[in-house]
Design a protein around this ligand. Structure first.
Ligand code: PBG
Ligand code: ZN
Length: 334
C-alpha cells in the first residue's frame, strides 16, 4: 500500500532522500557575494534570488559565522566592486573586495573554513566579458584576447592566494587558464593553493539573475551578452570532455560543470569516463525558476530544492555549489 505523506514527517522524508543519494554537508559549497557597498542588503530588488545577500565587508565575519554554525565549511566568494574600468584593475588589487573579505575570514576562522575564490574579470571590466577585449581601429568592440587575459587572471589568482584563499576558481573559460595560473602560483610559493577549474561552463541565459546582480548597473545588455566564443555550446558533449581532460592535464585539482540540471547527462558521463573530483554549480537561473514558480503556487519550493540537489548528487557530483545550500544543510546530520 502506498504510504501517505503526513506533515510531521516531511522533514524526515527529505532527510532520507538526501541520505539515499549519499549527500553530506561536506559536499555542499555556499556562494557568497561580497560587496564594496557600505551596508549589506538583498542581492537584487526583485525576488528571483530571495534569501541571498550582498554582504558588506564589515558584516562578512558575522555572515560566515552563521554558515559555519550550520555545519557548512566551504564557501565560494564572488566580488561585487563599486566601479568597473577598462582592464578590470580592481580585480587584482590587494585591497579589492574579494581579497579583503578573504583576509578577514581567514583571520577569524583559519582552517575551519575552506575558501574558494572566483577568479574572473567580468564583474570588474567595463565590457562585462570574462576576457579582455582588443578594440578594433574604429574603436568598436573587438575579439577577446586570450593571452593578455591569462596574465591578468594569474595576477588575480596570486592576489587571492596572498589573501589566504585555499582554492582559486578561474571561471573565465580562457584556453590555458589552469596551466598558467598553476605556474604563476608555484612561482610565488603557493604550491598548496588548489585550483578548481570551471572546465565545462555552458553559455546560458540561466546566468541572468547573477548578471542582474553583478552587472546590470553598467552592462545594460547583461541578459543577452554573448559569451559563446569562450563558453561551451550545449549541443557539444565532446567539447565538454575535451575541456575537462585539458584542465586535468594542466594541473586542476578539481573540475567543474555548470549549469547543473540541463547538463546532468554530461555530469554522469564525466563521472563514468573520467573519475576526478567534480563540482557542479546549480546556477542563479535554476534557483530563480524554482523561487518564481513556488511564489506563484505552482510547485512546492522545498520539494524542488531538495530534489534538484539530490539529482545533481545522484548524477555523480562530488561537490555542489548552490544558492540552496543552507536550505539543504538542515536535512543533513553530517
Ligand atoms: C562569470 C560568472 C557567471 C556566473 C558565475 N561566474 C556569469 C557568466 O558567465 O556570465 C554565473 C553564476 C550563476 O548564475 O549563479 N565569470
Ligand atoms: Zn566572468
Amino acid at each position: 500500500m502506498e504510504k501517505v505523506q503526513i506533515a510531521g514527517s516531511i522533514m524526515d522524508f527529505y532527510a532520507q532522500l538526501c541520505k539515499n543519494v549519499g549527500l553530506r554537508k561536506k559536499d555542499l559549497i555556499f556562494p557568497i557575494f561580497v560587496s564594496e557597498l557600505s551596508s549589506s542588503g538583498p542581492l537584487s530588488n526583485s525576488n528571483d534570488m530571495s534569501g541571498m545577500n550582498k554582504i558588506a565587508l564589515k558584516d562578512v565575519v558575522q555572515n560566515v559565522q552563521k554558515i559555519i554554525d550550520q555545519g557548512i565549511s566551504s564557501l565560494i566568494i564572488f566580488g561585487i566592486p563599486n566601479k568597473r574600468d577598462i582592464g578590470a584593475s580592481s580585480a587584482l588589487s590587494n585591497e579589492g573586495i574579494v581579497q579583503n573579505s578573504t583576509r578577514k575570514i581567514k583571520k577569524e576562522f583559519g582552517g575551519s573554513v575552506n575558501i574558494i575564490t572566483d577568479v574572473c574579470i567580468c564583474q570588474y571590466d567595463l565590457s562585462g566579458h570574462c576576457g579582455l577585449q582588443i578594440k578594433n581601429h574604429d574603436a568598436t568592440e573587438g575579439n577577446i584576447d586570450n593571452d593578455s587575459t591569462l596574465d591578468l587572471l594569474s595576477k588575480i589568482a596570486i592576489s587571492h592566494a596572498e589573501a589566504g584563499a585555499d582554492i582559486v576558481a578561474p571561471s573565465s573559460m580562457m584556453d590555458g587558464q589552469v596551466i598558467q595560473i598553476r605556474s604563476a602560483l608555484n612561482s610565488k610559493g603557493f604550491k598548496n593553493t588548489k585550483i578548481m577549474a570551471f572546465s565545462a561552463k555552458f553559455a546560458s541565459s540561466l546566468y541572468s539573475p547573477f548578471r542582474k546582480t553583478a552587472y546590470s548597473k553598467q552592462i545594460h545588455n547583461y541578459k543577452t551578452l554573448d559569451k559563446s566564443s569562450y563558453q561551451i555550446g550545449y549541443e557539444n558533449p565532446r567539447q565538454a570532455i575535451r575541456e575537462v581532460q585539458a584542465d586535468i592535464q594542466e594541473g586542476a585539482d578539481m573540475i567543474m560543470i555548470k549549469p547543473s540540471l540541463l547538463y546532468l547527462d554530461i555530469v554522469s558521463m564525466i563521472k563514468d569516463k573520467i573519475n576526478f573530483p567534480m563540482a557542479v554549480q546549480n546556477v542563479s537561473g535554476e534557483c530563480a525558476m524554482v523561487k518564481a514558480a513556488a511564489r506563484k503556487g505552482w510547485i512546492d519550493e522545498e520539494e524542488w530544492k531538495v530534489s534538484s540537489i539530490a539529482a545533481i548528487k545522484r548524477a555523480g557530483a562530488h561537490s555542489i555549489i548552490s544558492y540552496f545550500t543552507m536550505d539543504i544543510a538542515k536535512y543533513l546530520d553530517d
